[in-house]
Design a protein around this ligand. Structure first.
Ligand SMILES: O=C(O)COc1ccc(-c2c[nH]c(CNC(=O)Nc3ncc(Sc4ccccn4)s3)n2)cc1
Length: 319
């Protein structure tokens, strides 16, 4: 399937794996790129040498295109920008902020830049400063989210921009991918479904919790203080909710308490498998995902389902 995204990035299928902080390492990203999608290594909050090690590893796993996600809230963001330039990383996605100040650097090094945007305005700003495409991520997604849904934001960004649009947030199988393409997207970014890929090195407890998840099992914490983040409900989110209720009543809310509660929480879930007090970042689509598969099996099922839907299920009413 040749979409604008495949031509732009030199990949076989228009499926990008989300650069999930602490989770998207060379093992997962390498398997996704090898299977014809675009694997993305997470910069997250990691220092330069950690991300550099993953870049070196993926170059040994695959000679196909791959990317690095730069999480712009990271204290090491500038170091990772320098790193992707030095390592000739072909594609960069950015999240949790506005990458304008780095754009000239990326273009100078012929890096394809795909910012994640939570609104039409930011998408238009990114196109104006030279982004090659945008990921339009709805609030159905896991992790740090904006306020708009995928279904409503994608067509509005498609109408407002000329560069390719990649839909993200709630795209859990070929039905979601076909829907995204119908809305005008040229490809999709997939996070939660790849969390339970066999090559994903996240703790087994994390994977088991995703597989057990129902449609109503995620919640958004820190909506009023700090950065809204979607995770699976657990003891940590209940503590967050209590703290938010308390601080909302205060004239001088203490943001430090939220920072402290969140510190190391993602690592607790991903590395230690603490599903009670770790931050189990996952999208609303977690309830659809029932089994662990290889990245190749996941990508091929998206493509086969999407092609079947585009070729048949729609044709019976389009006469
Ligand atoms: O500067 C402005 O105008 C605001 O710009 C933006 C505002 C938000 C976004 C945005 C929303 N979602 C994304 C892409 N997705 C993500 O970045 N998802 C993430 N998950 C976990 C992350 S690590 C983290 C981050 C915050 C708190 C705790 N942990 S980052 N980008 C992008 C740009």
């Amino acid at each position: 399937m040749q979409s604008k995204i495949c031509a732009l990035l030199g990949i076989k299928y228009p499926i990008i794996q989300g650069g999930m902080a602490w989770i998207a390492d060379a093992s997962l990203a390498g398997a996704v790129s090898e299977a014809g999608g675009l694997g993305i290594i997470a910069g997250g909050n990691a220092p330069r040498e950690v991300v550099q090690a993953e870049i070196r590893k993926i170059k040994k796993i695959t000679d196909k295109p791959f990317g690095v996600n730069i999480m712009l809230l990271s204290p090491f963001a500038q170091d990772i920008v320098d790193l992707v330039c030095e390592e000739n990383v072909p594609v960069v996605t950015t999240g949790a902020g506005n990458p304008s100040k780095y754009m000239a650097r990326f273009k100078e090094h012929k890096i394809k830049v795909i910012p994640v945007v939570p609104s039409v305005a930011l998408g238009a700003r990114m196109e104006k400063i030279g982004a090659d495409a945008v990921v339009v991520e709805g609030m159905e997604a896991g992790g740090h989210i904006g306020k708009l849904t995928t279904m409503s934001m994608v067509p509005q960004v498609v109408d407002a921009l000329t560069i390719p649009v990649i839909a993200a947030g709630g795209v859990g199988d070929g039905r979601g991918m076909a829907a995204a393409l119908m809305l005008g997207a040229d490809g999709v970014q997939v996070g939660t479904r790849f969390l339970i890929a066999k090559e994903c090195t996240v703790h087994e407890n994390y994977k088991a919790r995703i597989i057990k998840a129902r449609d109503v099992d995620t919640t958004v914490t820190c909506q009023h203080f700090g950065h809204p983040v979607r995770t699976i409900k657990n003891k940590l989110t209940r503590e967050y909710d209590q703290l938010e209720k308390k601080e909302l009543r205060s004239d001088t809310p203490d943001l430090e308490k939220f920072e402290k509660m969140g510190q190391g929480a993602l690592r607790k879930a991903v590395v230690e498998g603490d599903i009670d007090y770790g931050s189990i970042m996952a999208g609303q689509i977690a309830g659809l995902i029932k089994k662990e598969e290889t990245a190749k099996e996941i990508i091929e099922s998206y493509m086969n389902e999407t092609k079947e839907i585009m070729a048949s299920r729609c044709s019976h009413w389009i006469k």
